[in-house]
Write a protein that binds this ligand. Structure first.
Ligand code: KG4
Ligand code: ZN
Length: 338
């Protein structure tokens, strides 16, 4: 079992991804994005499934080629079973099931959110692994959660968004400013050149460890309409400051809640995951908190922040070691039989 090759497939949203892991090390991590959604300013589910259909075979081939592993050498196949867009999930699921059946090897289902968290257990030089228990904040285009992690598979959601995900707050604000989808990375880029205190956006009042981001989107829209009515070139002239101010507000919201979670649980290890953990501002805020509050923080390697299959592979490997068959629901394929 310490010589295990796992092929992992991720297709929950708009990235078709395949990875090959040898135990807890990534041999190949291939992601094909889908430019088709850019012109619509967001992911179009029907187009996403179609693009997955086109991409899945080349992406898997490329991962095996890069890893220099033959499919006959694979010990198991891991795939994302949810959450995600149904049509997108079906492509990866059907492909994984068929390949596992054809190769007569175990099939392992993986929860996408667990994978964003357990990505921290991929062996990478220069990256420490958290110790249990730790807090994980999953921040992406589809979710915003604070999770208490007591072991690989014992996770409790202790806070989450009541409306939009934080990635949506970035993307929708960017859209209002006329930036293409996904706007998160662009806001990050401009924010680095601007003054975060130039404009003020009010923070939502939400109880406990929960989040709300829909109010911010509306605040940005009203701000935009008011300023552009007075000066049509307002965004052109002040793009960096606007982006820096929006990002500053979002990071404050995230940091307030994670500080509260640390206080409530007494757990001072904080890991982040998901697409928004690529954001330079949140990365810096966490490092500052490490100094200021004596936390230990964990930020994933860049390639494991946005959706990828290596994170699915590490969960597959950990489940493989434990012969963890939880919630597969797939009885027609040999699931983890040894
Ligand atoms: O995890 P992910 O790839 O997909 C989901 O599971 O949703 O996250 C995508 C999200 C998008 O909203 C994107 O704008 C955001 O992550 N994102 C960023 C950055 N890089 C990606 N947001 C802010 N700053 C970034 N650097
Ligand atoms: Zn994700």
């Amino acid at each position: 079992k310490n010589n295990t090759y796992i092929l992992a497939i991720e297709s929950s949203c708009d990235d078709t991804a395949a990875a090959v892991l040898h135990n807890d090390k990534t041999l190949a991590n291939v992601v094909a994005g889908q430019a088709v959604h850019e012109q619509y300013g967001g992911v179009v589910p029907e187009l996403a499934s179609r693009a997955h259909q086109q991409n899945i075979v080349p992406v898997v081939h490329e991962a095996l080629r890069k890893a220099n592993v033959k499919k006959e050498d694979l010990n198991a196949i891991a795939f994302t079973s949810g959450p995600g867009l149904m049509g997108s999930l079906l492509v990866g699921t059907s492909f994984a099931k068929s390949l596992a059946m054809g190769l007569d090897i175990p099939l392992i289902d993986v929860n996408h959110m667990q994978a964003h968290i357990l990505a921290h257990f991929i062996e990478e030089e220069g990256y420490d692994k958290p110790e249990f228990p730790f807090l994980a904040m999953t921040i992406s285009g589809g979710h915003t959660q604070i999770v208490r992690v007591d072991s690989y598979f014992d996770m409790t959601v202790i806070g989450q968004t009541l409306d939009d995900a934080v990635g949506e707050a970035f993307d929708k604000s960017a859209k209002i400013l006329g930036l293409p989808y996904p706007g998160g990375p662009l806001i990050d880029k401009y924010a680095q050149l601007g003054n975060p205190k130039a404009y003020k956006f009010t923070k939502p009042k939400v109880g406990d460890l929960d989040f709300s981001f829909s109010g911010l989107k509306t605040a940005v829209l009203y701000f935009y309409q008011k300023e552009v009515a007075a000066d049509p070139d307002f965004v052109e002239k002040n793009r960096n400051d606007i982006c820096a101010s929006i990002q500053h507000t979002i990071i404050n919201i995230l940091m307030d809640k994670i500080k509260k979670a640390v206080k409530q649980t007494g757990i001072k290890q904080v890991a982040i995951g998901g697409g928004v953990s690529a954001n330079s501002g949140i990365r810096k805020a966490l490092k500052d908190a490490e100094q200021k509050y004596g936390w230990k923080t964990f930020v994933p390697k860049f390639e494991y922040t946005t959706d990828n299959a290596a994170m699915i592979g590490i969960v597959g490997y950990l489940k493989y070691l434990e012969e963890n068959l939880a919630e597969t629901g797939y009885t027609d394929t040999k699931v983890m039989a040894q």
